[in-house]
Every structure is written in structure tokens, then in C-alpha cells.
Design a binder for this molecule. Structure first.
Ligand SMILES: Cc1ncc(COP(=O)(O)O)c(C=O)c1O
Length: 412
């Protein structure tokens, strides 16, 4: 049985080959990337121990990202469902409207330290791209974003924001024209341009260093939450369920990181993948559906694949969750039985969006609406002492056209 060690950051619990639990992760990269990946690894290891750099990160988290994001009780939803108390960490209040701003900001700071003038990144829902274009503009870097052609169409508000920030958007027409191909194209571009260009991977996926930087950056969410929980309840409560949607896994890693050493009885982690359309075989939920281990984007992980080991098509109403793989860190947490993974269908996410926006003054995008769907399922059968906290990690504005089409109207 794979075990999580105490008092060691989860991102550092790998062996010399960068494998977590001996099974997940690693650096499966072309020879030409070995040196740039090694250089970036060395630079990041220095920076994360450098007090000046940490102060700089904290300065921008406070004064640019807008930390801390609110932690609020959803009184009406709690009353409506009965059972557990439901709370939200409103990460969508961060600058730009989603958690992707933490990773983007840190990557721009690192790119500056590395002396790079150009930065490239991938995006699915468009938030990773929007945030990278924002941060690049702020720090004076020239930015290029790779995005699947299908996602360009369905996430127009974020595409417009990227253009406004001066980023070049490179449409990707191969395969399913979604995030998986955008990441591949971005990595391919970096192979030929790594001398001048820094790459930001938009989630906790890819070669090990990108997983580390991303999880280290989003950990800000749980650092804040730990303080907010103590302020509200006087201590960390006895029974907490932290529910987060999971695409590549960056927002969930950030939401859970500071609570890794607690028992799962006290702090339960629940990851919600995209179950896809209700009556379809297609989904984007490798952990829920016990997918096999494969290699995707330079790392071993559970990945949706066919019998021949080829990556399978996925489908989800939520572009941010529409990805066949999953962070090796989540594979590690699943096998160690530290986190429980489940899925919500497109329809359940839409219903959750409708209920939450009807009763409360928050407006989760379709990604966190999957997490709310799970909260709505389990709250009525949980005790009133149970504290359910949902990471409302994205704002729905980017989904206004999809929601209007599916529900007939879009009310924030
Ligand atoms: C708002 C939002 N939530 C969740 C996700 C899923 O990604 P991750 O699992 O890396 O947080 C995305 C991805 O684009 C997103 O934009």
C-alpha cells in the first residue's frame, strides 16, 4: 500500500526518478528538454528557499492577486439542503476570476529570474491563458497561448481577455481540439524555443518541475483557508469535507495541500471529475472510472485510453475539466486512499449552478459547479456538525453562452 509521509511536502515525496509512490510522475521527455528542465528544477529549488523571492511572491499574492480570497457560509444553501453546513472558499474573487492566477504569477516571477523575455502556456477553459496573459503584461513578458480550436469557440470571453492583454493565441486543430492537444503543442513549441522562452504548464501536470511549481503556487489557497477556519471556529473543526473539481488537479492540490497531515477522518478530500453528458459513454474522469496507467505529457498517470493504449476521446461541458489525464499527485493520493474521487455529469453540474446562483451571491463556473453537485448530494446525509467547504475556484462569466444555451437564460 502506498503511504503519504508526514511533515514532508507532498510535491517532494518522489524518488530519484521523480516518481510518486514508485508509480506516478517522472520526466518522460525528449533529450533536448533534459537540460532546460534540469536548469528550471535547479532554479526553482533555489528560489523556494530564498527569503527575498518568497517575500516577492507574497507581495504579489497580496497586492496583485488579492489574497486572501473570501471564506463564506452559504446559509441559504445549508438551510435548503439540511444536514451539513456548507461553506465556500471564493477563489473566483482572485484577480482575473480563478485560481490559475497563482501559478501564472509565480511562473512570470521565475521567468524574470531566468532572464527570459518570452513566456508560453496552454489553456483549456481559457483561465490559465487569461491569467498568464495578464501576468505577462504586468511583468513585461511577451506571451503566446496554445488553445484547442473547440475551446476557443466555447470560451470566448476568456479568449477576448487574452487578446486584450496582448497575447498571441495559437489555435490547435489536431485531435479533439481541446486542452490535451493544447498542452502537447505548447510543449512541442518549447522544445524548439527553450533558450529564449519560459514555459508555464497550466495545471499540476507535465514533467515533474511543472507539477511542483503549480502545486506550490496554488497552495496559497489552503494556507489562507487554514487561518480562516481557525478564525471562524477557534480551531480546525473535527469533521471537514473539502470538495474540489479536478481537471489536471491544480486547484484541488492548492485547496488540500496544507491539510495533508490531518487524518482523513478529520479532513476528508473529495475530488470531483467530469462525468460528461448523462447518457454518454464519454467522460473526463480517469480516477472515477479506474483508467489504466499510461504516459501523457511527460508523466505516468491514470489516463483514459483504449485497449491499445491510445489516449481516448473525452467529453465534458466544462472545458477546464475536459482532459484525459490527471496529475500524478492525485494518482498518488488516490492509491494512498487519502482522497476520494467521484464524478458529476454535465446535467448535475448545470443543476448545481442553477441552485447555487438562485440561493447565494456567488456564481461558480462550470468546473466548480461539478464540486457543488457533489456537495448537494452529500450534505443532506451528513451531520449538522460536518463542515463542507467547496472551492468555488472560477467565475461563471466565461460560461455565459454555454449556460444560456443549456438553461435558456444566464443569471449570475
Ligand atoms: C475555473 C477552473 N476550475 C478548474 C479547472 C481545472 O483545472 P485544475 O484541475 O488544474 O484546477 C480549470 C481549468 O481550466 C478552471 O479554469
Amino acid at each position: 500500500m502506498i503511504k503519504i509521509k508526514k511533515n514532508i511536502p507532498l510535491i517532494d515525496q518522489h524518488d530519484k526518478n521523480y516518481m510518486y509512490g514508485g508509480k506516478f510522475g517522472g520526466n518522460f521527455i525528449p533529450e533536448t528538454l533534459k537540460k532546460p528542465v534540469e536548469d528550471l528544477t535547479k532554479l526553482f529549488q533555489e528560489l523556494r528557499r530564498d527569503r527575498k523571492f518568497l517575500n516577492q511572491r507574497d507581495y504579489y499574492f497580496d497586492n496583485y492577486v488579492g489574497a486572501p480570497t473570501p471564506f463564506v457560509k452559504l446559509q441559504n444553501l445549508t438551510r435548503h439542503l439540511g444536514g451539513a453546513q456548507i461553506w465556500a472558499k471564493v477563489v473566483s474573487d482572485a484577480n482575473g476570476g480563478a485560481h490559475k492566477i497563482y501559478n501564472a504569477t509565480v511562473h512570470c516571477l521565475i521567468a524574470k529570474k531566468a532572464g527570459k523575455k518570452y513566456i508560453v502556456g496552454d489553456t483549456g477553459a481559457g483561465y490559465a491563458g487569461k491569467m498568464l496573459s495578464m501576468a505577462a503584461k504586468k511583468f513585461g513578458l511577451k506571451c503566446k497561448i496554445f488553445m484547442g480550436a473547440k475551446d476557443i469557440k466555447r470560451q470566448k470571453p476568456n479568449v477576448d481577455a487574452m487578446r486584450k492583454n496582448g497575447a498571441e493565441i495559437v489555435p490547435v486543430y489536431s485531435g479533439s481540439q481541446t486542452l490535451v492537444e493544447a498542452v502537447s503543442e505548447c510543449m512541442r513549441y518549447w522544445v524548439s524555443n527553450c533558450d529564449t522562452t519560459h514555459m508555464c504548464v497550466g495545471s499540476t501536470v507535465g514533467p515533474n518541475i511543472f507539477i511542483k511549481i503549480c502545486a506550490w503556487s496554488t497552495a496559497q489557497i489552503s494556507r489562507e483557508l487554514k487561518i480562516q477556519l481557525t478564525n471562524v471556529f477557534g480551531k480546525i473543526p473535527k469533521k471537514v469535507k473539502l470538495i474540489n473539481c479536478v481537471g489536471g488537479g491544480s486547484s484541488a492540490m492548492g485547496f488540500w495541500n496544507e491539510f495533508m497531515d490531518y487524518t482523513s477522518k478529520q479532513i476528508e478530500f473529495i475530488g470531483v471529475e467530469a462525468g460528461g453528458p448523462k447518457n454518454s459513454k464519454l467522460h473526463a474522469a480517469p480516477l472515477t472510472n479506474n483508467s489504466k496507467v499510461g504516459i501523457l505529457h511527460g508523466a505516468k498517470q491514470y489516463v483514459i485510453q483504449n485497449k491499445e493504449g491510445q489516449i481516448s476521446e473525452t467529453e465534458s461541458i466544462s472545458a477546464g475539466l475536459d482532459y484525459p489525464g490527471i496529475s500524478p499527485l492525485h494518482c498518488f493520493l488516490k492509491d494512498a486512499k487519502r482522497a476520494r474521487y467521484t464524478s458529476a455529469t454535465d446535467e448535475e453540474a448545470l443543476q448545481a449552478f442553477q441552485l447555487v446562483t438562485k440561493l447565494e451571491d456567488i456564481s461558480p463556473s462550470l468546473e466548480p459547479s461539478h464540486a457543488f453537485a457533489e456537495a448537494i448530494k452529500i450534505a443532506p446525509r451528513s451531520s449538522t456538525e460536518t463542515i463542507i467547504i467547496v472551492n468555488s475556484c472560477g467565475d461563471s462569466l466565461k460560461d455565459k453562452f454555454i449556460i444560456k444555451k443549456r438553461l435558456g437564460s444566464y443569471i449570475r
